[in-house]
Design a protein around this ligand. Structure first.
Ligand SMILES: [Zn+2]
Ligand SMILES: [Zn+2]
Length: 172
């Protein structure tokens, strides 16, 4: 019997595989991938990086921060089908509000046309966006959601540097 590497659940059928690793679900696979990619990045470094992102310029519009992860919520429907999701974005308050307004308009126009979920979920997504307009990034106080993103960015940077170094050491 195989065990999930992340949560330890015994896997009865169809493990999810990623390279040599096995997991019980796609959620655990994503967590496993994330942990392997970022395991060598210390938490304090990620916290410091989150602070740098938070107090820096907006990566989307280049305007002044504060910057943080912000979510816009969309839904669209077609007859019996309804699809909804929450989209995270690292940006400033102005860009965040623009995305939330766009998502409100999108959901308000396209969300209703499914029965029954379109009718139920559309007001939820619209309210989540409108409610979100009142919160935004706070200077010097990055949200806990920014830390894993900062970790991934650091891991990316390290990988980039490693490939630079190896191309210097081993010229083609
Ligand atoms: Zn698992
Ligand atoms: Zn911006």
């Amino acid at each position: 019997m195989k065990k999930c590497e992340v949560c330890g659940t015994l896997i009865l059928f169809g493990p999810v595989r990623s390279d040599d690793h096995i997991y019980c679900s796609y959620e655990c696979r994503d967590r496993g991938d994330f942990e392997q990619e970022t395991e060598y990045i210390p938490d304090d470094t990620a916290v410091a990086m989150a602070m740098v992102i938070n107090t820096g310029d907006c990566p989307k519009c280049g305007g002044p921060g504060p910057v943080d992860v912000q979510y816009s919520h969309t839904v669209w429907s077609a007859l019996v089908m309804t699809s909804y999701k929450s989209n995270p974005e690292v940006c400033c308050g102005g860009c965040g509000r623009a995305s939330k307004l766009k998502a409100t308009l999108f959901s308000f126009c396209l969300g209703w046309w499914g029965f029954p979920f379109g009718i139920l979920i559309t007001p939820v997504q619209v309210f989540r966006n409108l409610f979100g307009l009142f919160s935004g990034p706070v200077h010097g106080n990055p949200s806990s959601e920014l830390e894993p993103i900062a970790k991934l960015m650091l891991a990316d940077e390290v990988r980039q540097r490693e490939s630079d170094v190896s191309s210097l050491t081993y010229p083609p």
